[in-house]
Design a protein around this ligand. Structure first.
Ligand SMILES: N[C@@H](CCC[C@H](N)C(=O)O)C(=O)O
Length: 291
């Protein structure tokens, strides 16, 4: 039986990014990809974009090692909105206002503020090398790469910027993020052979140097109302192109995030709200073998 059977969870969201938080710090059991897919089941599960599983900390001074699952059962190195949900949960339970966590992408610090309902996560430094994203071939300049979709002489989307925020992102610059069928193009681009580990696909419109609007098709989860790491990747990519400042407001379908790409250490800070919806226990029937 799955370690998640009867286990407590909290359903939350980070500006509409559907998040389930599970605290397994008192257990040595692992959540499997099958478990993660079962939780997302529309039949009695808790449909989500990301499942954030807190496990025993591996280093002194950290609260937890966090495993991040997409709803298709794959694992991700980063999830900005999910981190804000975890941070709110921990802070409300402990009264803390700062904490350090570990994910597959490394250590990250988080704190409450700059207002009481806001949480800031230090998402670390972006990476731009083609092997870091990763891409399947060498690109010396990842500010724009050669990739297009649609007719060769009149592409529908082309020349994305690519960035790793601990997970792979491709950002296509457009005039209107709602003018494209992201449900159709998202899966094609997510699974394009140029991305050996797949990629999160974002459409971005630079409104002015302080404001950017985005829509994202998430690797392993599909169309989402918000993707925090995509907001960070977009802010950094726009600043690299000198089309935006290092401190910008990103508007997503589910709300707004403040992103600062800090000059002094290259780290990207993401600030936004996190919403608690309800808590419950997973129905063991979800994890019963089929057949
Ligand atoms: N929603 C997240 C990103 C989640 C991970 C992503 N789908 C991936 O596989 O890289 C966020 O808020 O950053």
């Amino acid at each position: 039986m799955s370690a998640l059977a009867n286990h407590a969870f909290a359903k939350m969201n980070g500006i509409g990014n559907e998040i389930v938080v599970v605290d397994m710090r008192d257990s040595t059991s692992k959540v499997t990809p099958d478990d993660a897919r079962a939780v997302a089941s529309p039949r009695g599960g808790v449909p989500y974009d990301q499942l954030m599983v807190l496990q025993k900390p591996r280093f002194d001074g950290t609260e937890a090692f966090i495993s991040i699952y997409n709803s298709d059962g794959s694992e991700a190195g980063a999830c900005g909105n999910g981190m804000r949900c975890v941070v709110r949960r921990i802070f409300e339970k402990t009264g803390q206002s700062t904490a350090t966590f570990e994910t597959a992408a490394g250590l990250l610090n988080a704190w409450q503020g700059p207002a009481p309902d806001l949480y800031t996560v230090d998402m670390g430094a972006p990476k731009f090398g083609w092997q870091d994203i990763p891409l399947d071939q060498e690109f010396r300049d990842t500010r724009y790469i050669e990739l297009q979709i649609g007719p060769i002489d009149n592409p529908i989307l082309h020349s994305p910027s690519v960035v790793s925020m601990g997970n792979p992102h491709a950002i296509f610059w457009v005039d209107d993020v709602n003018a494209y069928d992201l449900e159709r193009f998202g899966p094609l681009l997510e699974n394009h052979p140029i991305f050996p580990e797949r990629a999160n696909i974002t459409l971005a419109h630079i409104v002015d140097p302080q404001h950017i609007t985005i829509r994202t098709w998430e690797r392993g989860a599909g169309l989402t109302r918000a993707c925090g790491s995509a907001a960070c990747a977009t802010a950094v990519a726009a600043a690299r192109l000198k089309r935006a400042e290092r401190n910008v407001e990103i508007t997503l379908p589910g709300g707004k995030l403040g992103i600062e790409w800090r000059e002094r250490d290259d780290h990207v800070l993401m600030t936004g709200t996190a919403t608690f919806e309800y808590e419950g226990r997973f129905d063991p029937a979800l994890f019963a073998p089929v057949g």
